[in-house]
Design a protein around this ligand. Structure first.
Ligand code: GTP
Length: 596
């Protein structure tokens, strides 16, 4: 296809602002899917993918559109809408010349959308502002058009109004895409360079890689090279999705499509990497490639210890589809055999955990998530700590914690409560801007450890659900951080160690010792539960002694009943964990780790 008739765009929107509905409408309006097929085929397939949790990955669809007698090819590139996947969003944006900024006309712009809008503007994408859901009685397009106009510097009248539900305005939007977005430019004669913006594992076909060609051409059967690793593969198939995959005889400058090489693992086809021709390789990659970096670590353990091999196989399978997932085996006194797993953020953790539980039928317990610290020992050696148990003993010179830039958008009456929360979470105020008279954007530099846990829930409850949040990793700071250990009769219980700010150590210690006191049954002797920083005890509870005799309940009567009870007690023992001399039912540990 001649690049002058190609338009590559993505849709930037907040969850629930109607991106999927609008995308489906565009597929109908361009005749790519028939209305009747729509529900029966395309949406159904989407449902299965949704079930499989794949919709967090981006994809691309090619749509024909005629305007003034010219036949255009529109490539719509899907972007994941979640805060943990910023890098994937940035690669999707980099594959486009323009973006549709889609905002719910009854809600206004939200923090993640704003962050992605800024990302698009930094990438010099042409922005087409659109208000969606104008059919809603609660829609207030005048108000939000003014807000958007103010943000991107256009006239309120330039903001298109559509309804994905009724289809109103969708054709005008497609026309606008053709008029406003620049055609892709590239050097057709140069060695091939294509950027990978998505890579999806498919059970039947292996990895399907989505690319945007920048220079040259990729053809079927040729040998391609991944520029970050130098690995070569044969192009078994190359084509475009419309929305079903259609093989073509190649992809040229500006085109967007998919590749199949037979690789089995998304790590061999990494988002952000440059694909070139092996026989005539490009000398420079497209740029912007980064390896995914886990930000949050947590221990994952099967509740039933015999499920450990199932968990291992399940992680191996998920990894094929998730280049950001890292893990290694770990053992815990309290929880047995499990894995230390690294995630991009808490949402990523939840997705992985849910997939493990649903798709592999596992019951799992996860330890409190922690971020990654750099700890400098007295000998000036710096230790990277991804697990509190790796925190060095002895004198520490300095601890560095990762920081984040966070943006909150909130109605102005909540400014006070948001600032109070951010302050309590050790945030530094960086700035504040009014988007309109009623809504304000507040920016903080804040420890990642403080926002990845219950920050969002607290933010929501303090603002009656009105606040939206976006964050991205941004440097580090030296902070007064300590490791708090929990000891049961003097023995450390590994799964409960935590790295906290010194000011929070005491409250963590009393909370954990209190919880365990409630959950651990009395033993035959008194058992102290302590919280300690190094050798200093900061909190203590006691479990009082009890002499338990199960048979005493039976009043000497029925012998078979006694035997049954003894059997039962033996069975119960299997789920007991020994911490030093103390016997603890595993349920107690699990309950203590569950958040509530
Ligand atoms: P995610 O897939 O979760 O990111 O959401 P999304 O942004 O793709 O939103 P989706 O298209 O699933 O729409 C969210 C909800 O809004 C659904 O209940 C839609 O039926 C509804 N919706 C979408 N567009 C419109 C519209 O134009 N008008 C009205 N009234 N409702 C709409």
């Amino acid at each position: 296809t001649d690049p002058s008739v190609i338009r590559n765009f993505c849709i930037i929107a907040h969850i629930d602002h109607g991106k999927s509905t609008l995308a489906d409408r565009m597929l109908q309006a361009t005749g790519v899917v028939q209305p009747r097929e729509m529900k029966a085929q395309y949406l159904d397939r989407m449902d299965i993918e949704r079930e499989r949790g794949i919709t967090i990955k981006s994809q691309a669809v090619r749509m024909p559109w005629e305007r003034d007698g010219v036949n255009y090819a529109l490539n719509m590139i899907d972007t994941p809408g979640h805060v943990d996947f910023t890098y994937e969003v940035s690669r999707s944006l980099a594959a486009c010349e323009g973006a549709i900024l889609l905002v719910d006309a009854a809600q206004g712009i939200e923090a993640q959308t704003l962050a992605n809008l800024y990302l698009a503007m930094e990438n010099e994408l042409e922005i087409i502002p659109v208000l969606n859901k104008i059919d809603l009685p609660a829609a207030d397009p005048e108000r939000y058009a003014a807000e958007i106009a103010n943000l991107i510097g256009c006239e309120p009248d330039d903001v298109l109004r559509v309804s994905g539900k009724t289809g109103q305005g969708v054709e005008a939007l497609l026309d606008r895409v053709v008029e406003r977005l620049p055609a892709p430019v590239g050097d057709a004669d140069a060695p091939a360079r294509a950027m990978i913006f998505d890579s999806v594992y498919d059970t039947y076909r292996g990895v399907v890689t989505y690319v945007r060609v920048v220079d040259g051409k990729l053809s079927p059967r040729e040998k391609i090279k991944m520029m970050s690793t130098g690995a070569t593969h044969e192009l078994l198939e190359i084509g475009v999705s419309s929305p079903e995959p259609v093989p073509t005889n190649g992809l040229a400058v500006g085109e967007v499509g998919y590749l199949i090489t037979g690789v089995k693992d998304v790590r061999q086809s990494k988002v952000g990497d440059t694909v070139t021709n092996n026989a005539r390789p490009a000398s420079e990659n497209i740029g912007g490639y980064e390896d995914p970096k886990p930000m949050v670590f947590s221990g994952l353990y099967p509740i039933d210890g015999s499920d450990y091999p199932v968990l291992r196989d399940a992680l191996d399978k998920l990894k094929l589809n998730d280049a950001a997932l890292v893990y290694e085996p770990e053992t815990s006194v309290a929880l047995g055999f499990g894995f230390r797993v690294g995630f991009l953020g808490l949402l990523h953790l939840e997705i992985v955990r849910e997939r493990l539980e649903r798709e592999f039928d596992l019951d799992l317990i996860s330890t409190a998530p922690n971020v990654v610290y750099d700890v400098m020992r007295e000998d000036r050696e710096v230790v990277t700590v991804t697990n509190p148990s790796e925190f060095p003993e002895g004198k520490i010179l300095e601890v560095k914690e990762p920081m984040a830039s966070a943006t909150v958008i909130v109605p102005s009456e909540y400014i006070g409560s948001v600032m109070e929360l951010c302050q309590a979470k050790r945030g530094h105020l960086k700035g504040m801007d009014y988007l309109s008279e009623e809504r304000v954007e507040i920016r903080y530099w804040i420890p990642l450890a403080e926002i990845v846990f219950d920050f969002f829930d607290q933010l929501k409850s303090r603002t009656k659900g009105y606040a939206s949040l976006d964050w991205k990793a941004d440097g580090d700071q030296v902070a007064d951080l300590v490791k708090v250990d929990i000891l049961l009769q003097g023995e450390q219980v590994d799964a409960f160690s935590a790295i906290t700010h010194k000011d929070n150590a005491y409250s963590y210690g009393t909370m954990m010792t209190g919880k365990l006191k409630e959950l651990i049954p009395r033993q035959q002797y008194e058992v102290p539960i302590q919280a300690a920083i190094g050798s200093r005890i900061i909190a203590r509870e006691n479990i009082r002694a009890i002499r338990k005799d199960v048979l005493s309940k039976c009043y000497g009567g029925d012998i078979s009943r006694k035997r049954k009870l003894l059997e039962k007690q033996k069975e119960g023992k299997k789920r007991m964990k020994m911490v030093g001399r103390v016997e603890v039912p595993q349920e107690a540990f699990i309950a203590a780790l569950s958040s509530d």
